[in-house]
Design a protein. Sequence first.
Length: 286
Amino acid sequence: MEVTQISHRIIADLLLERTGQQLTEGRQWRIGSALAGVFREYGIDNLDQLVCMLGTGDSGELSRKVVEALLNNETYFFRDRQLFQQLSETVLPDLAEKRAGTRRLSIWSAGCSTGQEALSLSMMFADRPHMWRGWKIEILGTDISTHAIAAARRACYSQFEIQRGLGVAQMLRHFNETPRGWEPDPALLTPICYRVGNVLDVQSRPERFDLVLCRNVLLYFDGETRQRALGRVADSLRDDGWLMLGAGETMAGKAGRFAPATDVQGLYRCVEPRAPALSTRMAAAR
């Protein structure tokens, strides 16, 4: 095996260890372009030199930057319009009916990248004020990339970013052009909270979500890790909640506790509720 091939394997193992994501041989072609900025910053000429530097005792910051550079943060507003249409026509009306008593909805955007997905959700609620007036809407956006979360919190988008997925009328209704770029109306940010996190992490919040969007995240996991991620999602979701994956993702034969919810690929319901907590089972047995 050539040195560079060994270096590819070491970089792939670093990504797997830190994130659970696989860098398969079919994706290794992007290592060079993804790490170009790191090479320039550290004056590195090639991958073998990078691996040597990663082997030193004080390479923690370099390791972090390498992993960040290898993450895929591709996103845009209302990505996969058909799925967002199904949210508007099927999912949200269903949840509005079921949560009419509490008038509260909790949504998790897992792998939220730089915030466009969470903002797309917020726009959907803002565009139907008659339906959601008086409701408490909470949207949690998480991503393993600290760089992406920082950008999401900054909430300032370039002309290229703002035009991806938004029509002119929608853009002008919800965003303001500033010297820094396009910034959302402050009301859009009110229900959103961002934090760094991996879908593989155990959720610490006591309340479960009504809707989870986990789109194009599972693509980078092997089968076992994908099942673990789906288990984490199922545990975080209310028994009558909804899961939305990417339009191009499929769980054929690997859905675990989920089943397709509609004829539109990407929407799922939990068919095997999580087991009640031990204290609950003991109380029921008394």
